[in-house]
Design a protein around this ligand. Structure first.
Ligand code: PEP
Ligand code: MG
Length: 559
C-alpha cells in the first residue's frame, strides 16, 4: 500500500516518481571560529570569498539560458555589493572570524530586506545563498546547494535560490518540491518554463529522508511517500494517456462548437520567442520586456532595444505579438528605471506610473518597437502594465499612436481598472487580465508571500467576480479582453474564463496543449455554465472542485 500522501500547491503540471535528493543545507559558520590574529588577512579572506562567489555566479550565468542568466547575474551583484563587504569588514574589526563576519553581515542585510518587504524580502533567499556560498568558500568546504545527480531525481529544498534552480540538470531532475515558495516564485515560474512538475508549500518536505521514493503530482500538489507499484503504474498509464490525448489536438484554440479562443505564449526574451515560434500556437500574448533588462545597469538605447525586439518578433511573421511596455518596480525592479526607495513598492510608482514620471523611457521603447515591427511584419500590439484609470489608458494610447504603432491595449491587473473597464477600454483597442497582480490587489495579499498562497489562488470567487466585471466592460465596449496571468494555463479555469467572455489565453507555452484540449471538449454554453458554477462557490477550493466535477469527464480522465 502507498505510504503517506501530503498536499502542497501544484505549480507546474505532470506526474512522476523518483528518489528524493535533498538540497545541501546552507553552510553555517563554526561557533568556535577563533578571533582573527591578523585582521588585515581576515578582511582579505572575506573579500576573496565574496569575489570568488561572484566570479562563480558570473561563470554560471555565461553558460546559462536567457531565463537563468539575468537571475544569476543579479545574484552575483549581491556578492559584489560594497556595503556587504564593508559590513563584514566591520565585524572582523569587532573580533569576529571571517566566516562569522560574513554571516553576521548577511543577517544584518537580510533583516533590512525583510523589513522592506515585497521584492526585497524575496531577495533574502538570494542574499543568504550568497552568504552561505561565501562562508563555504572561506572555510574551504563544498558550496551548499544541489549535489551532482547520478540519475533521475526529485529535488527537495526549503526554497530554491534562483541560482540553484537555474543550474538544475534538466536531464536528471524529474520534479521539484519546496517547503516554502509561492505560486509566482522564481521556482514556480522557472519550473513551468522548463516543463518540470513542481509542488511548492509542502510542509515537512525537508524532513523527507534522502533516497525516499516519492510520487509527485504537479497538478493537484499531492506528494506520496513510498508509493506502491500500483500508484507508480497508475501514474505511468496516466502520463501516457495524457500525452496521447494532448497529441491529438492541433490548430487554433476553439471550443467544441467552434468559438475561437486564441491560445498564446508568455515569453521573456529571444530564446523563449524562438521556442514559442516553433510551437503550434497563435502568437505571443505577453512579452515581459522588463525581463530582458533585469540586470542592465543603464538604459538601453533605441538601437539596442530594436535589435532585441527584432529577434523576438522574427519568429512570428503575420502572427500576433503582444508586447508589454516596461513593468519596472516592485517585484521587477530595473536599475535604470526607478524613482528611489518606496515604503510599499507594489503600491508605488511602478509600471505605467513610473513611465508617466519618466516618459522618455516609454517613448524610446515605443520607437524601438515601431522599428522592429516595420522590419519583421509581426502583428505587434503594445500594452501598458498597471493601468488603474481611463486617463492613464488615454495617455498611453496617445503615445503609442504618436510612435506610429497600430494597436494599444492595457493590462487589467488593478481592481479599479477591472471595475471601470468600460471606461478604460474605450481608450484602447484591447485589454489583458493580469490575474497574478489582480489576485494580489483584490485579496490584499503580497504575491511574493508563499504563506498566503491560498488567498492568492486565482480560483478565489472574489477574483473571478472581478474578472467578470472586466469582461462585462469588454462586452459593453466591443473590445476584446484576454488573460495573460498564470490562471490562463489552468485548463479548468481556462473554461471558466472563456465562459466569462475572455477571447484569448496566454500562458507558458508548455501549458497550451492541455488548455486546447479542454476547450475542444466543451461548447461555449457549457463554458458559461462552468463560469456560473465557479461564481456560485463560496471558496476557491469549492469553486475548483465544483468545476472539475461539472466538466466533461473525458477531460478529467486524462488531466
Ligand atoms: C500578471 O500580473 O498577471 C501578469 C501577467 O504580469 P506579471 O506576472 O509580469 O506581473
Ligand atoms: Mg502584473
Amino acid at each position: 500500500m502507498s505510504g503517506d500522501t501530503r498536499t502542497g500547491v501544484g505549480v507546474s503540471p505532470g506526474t512522476v516518481a523518483g528518489p528524493v535528493v535533498q538540497v545541501a543545507p546552507p553552510v553555517r559558520p563554526p561557533a568556535d571560529e577563533p578571533m582573527p590574529t591578523d585582521s588585515g588577512a581576515a578582511v582579505d579572506a572575506v573579500l576573496g570569498a565574496l569575489a570568488a562567489v561572484a566570479a562563480d555566479l558570473d561563470e554560471r550565468a555565461a553558460a546559462a539560458d536567457e531565463h537563468a542568466a539575468p537571475i544569476l547575474k543579479a545574484t552575483a551583484l549581491i556578492a559584489r555589493d560594497k556595503g556587504l563587504a564593508k559590513s563584514a569588514g566591520k565585524h572582523v574589526g569587532a573580533g569576529k572570524g571571517p566566516a562569522n563576519a560574513i554571516a553576521a553581515a548577511v543577517e544584518e542585510y537580510a533583516a533590512q530586506f525583510e523589513a522592506l518587504g515585497g521584492y526585497f524580502a524575496e531577495r533574502v533567499t538570494d542574499l543568504r545563498d550568497v552568504g552561505s556560498r561565501a562562508v563555504a568558500a572561506v572555510l574551504g568546504v563544498p558550496a551548499p546547494g544541489v549535489p551532482t545527480l547520478d540519475g533521475p531525481s526529485v529535488i527537495v529544498a526549503l526554497d530554491l535560490a534562483p541560482a540553484e534552480t537555474a543550474a538544475l540538470d534538466r536531464t536528471k531532475v524529474v520534479a521539484i518540491i519546496t517547503e516554502a515558495g509561492g505560486r509566482t516564485s522564481h521556482t514556480a515560474i522557472l519550473a513551468a518554463q522548463m516543463g518540470i512538475p513542481a509542488v511548492v508549500q509542502l510542509h515537512g518536505a525537508t524532513e523527507i529522508p534522502e533516497g525516499t521514493v516519492v510520487a509527485v503530482d504537479g497538478d493537484s500538489g499531492e506528494v506520496t511517500l513510498d508509493p506502491d507499484m500500483e500508484l507508480i503504474e497508475a501514474q505511468r498509464v496516466h502520463r501516457e494517456r495524457r500525452a496521447q490525448a494532448l497529441a491529438g489536438v492541433e490548430g487554433p484554440g476553439t471550443t467544441k462548437d467552434g468559438h475561437a479562443v486564441a491560445l498564446l505564449a508568455n515569453i521573456g526574451g529571444v530564446d523563449d520567442a524562438v521556442a514559442a515560434g516553433a510551437q503550434d500556437l497563435e502568437g505571443v500574448g505577453l512579452f515581459r520586456t522588463e525581463f530582458v533588462y533585469l540586470s542592465a545597469t543603464t538604459q538601453p538605447t533605441v538601437e539596442e532595444q530594436a535589435e532585441i525586439y527584432r529577434k523576438v518578433l522574427e519568429p512570428f511573421p503575420g502572427r500576433r505579438v503582444v508586447v508589454r511596455t516596461l513593468d519596472a518596480g516592485a517585484d521587477k525592479p530595473l536599475a535604470f528605471a526607478n524613482l528611489g526607495e518606496e515604503e510599499n513598492p507594489a503600491l508605488g510608482r511602478r509600471g505605467l506610473r513610473l513611465c508617466q514620471a519618466m516618459p522618455q523611457l516609454l517613448d524610446s521603447q515605443l520607437e524601438a518597437l515601431a522599428i522592429a515591427a516595420r522590419e519583421t511584419g509581426a502583428d505587434v500590439r503594445v500594452m501598458a502594465p498597471m493601468v488603474a484609470t481611463a486617463e492613464e489608458a488615454s495617455w498611453f494610447a496617445a503615445r503609442v499612436k504618436a510612435a506610429g504603432l497600430p494597436k494599444s491595449g492595457v493590462m487589467i491587473e488593478v481592481p479599479a481598472a477591472a471595475l471601470r473597464s468600460r471606461h478604460v477600454l474605450e481608450e484602447v483597442d484591447f485589454g489583458s487580465l493580469g490575474t497574478n497582480d489582480l489576485a494580489q490587489y483584490t485579496m490584499a495579499a503580497d504575491r511574493m508571500e508563499g504563506e498566503l498562497s491560498d488567498l492568492l489562488d486565482p480560483w478565489q470567487p472574489a477574483v473571478i467576480d472581478v474578472v467578470a466585471a472586466a469582461c462585462a466592460g469588454g462586452e459593453a465596449t466591443g473590445k476584446p479582453v484576454g488573460v495573460c496571468g498564470e490562471s490562463a494555463g489552468d485548463p479548468y479555469l481556462a473554461l471558466v474564463l472563456t465562459g466569462l467572455g475572455v477571447g484569448s489565453l496566454s500562458m507558458a507555452p508548455k501549458k497550451v496543449p492541455a488548455v486546447k484540449l479542454a476547450l475542444s471538449l466543451h461548447t461555449l454554453d457549457q463554458c458559461r455554465e462552468l463560469a456560473e458554477v465557479a461564481r456560485g462557490a463560496r471558496s476557491a477550493t469549492e469553486a475548483r472542485d465544483a468545476v472539475r466535477a461539472a466538466a466533461n469527464p473525458e477531460l478529467t480522465a486524462v488531466l
